[in-house]
Design a protein. Structure first.
Length: 99
């Protein structure tokens, strides 16, 4: 019998694989094949993937939060983390709360 925690772990792993498969083509298009994206390219990604319009300042907040290596740009792993459903809900709510 599969435990609830094992089932949940399997679902999360499948979700991660699905997200990567969906996000890779968009990331490649937005990054123009360079392997990373800038703050202004995050604006484009948000519009393409969710129809969400954010300002350059909001984009920079997201980039600063998810730029784990401090290069000022997001690689695919950082981009995928940013675009995960749980992260996006929290991050998009944060700039609005500050207004």
């Amino acid at each position: 019998m599969v435990s609830l925690s094992e089932f949940r772990a399997a679902l999360l792993a499948q979700h991660a694989q699905l997200m990567q498969g969906l996000l890779r083509p968009v990331f490649e298009e937005i990054s123009h094949g360079t392997g990373d994206i800038s703050a202004d390219e995050v604006v484009t990604a948000m519009q393409k993937l969710g129809g969400v319009t954010i300002s350059e300042a909001e984009s920079q907040v997201l980039l600063d939060e998810f730029d784990l290596d401090g290069r000022g740009r997001l690689n695919f792993a950082e981009f995928t983390k940013m675009m995960s459903q749980d992260s996006m809900g929290a991050e998009l709510a944060a700039p609005e709360a500050a207004q």
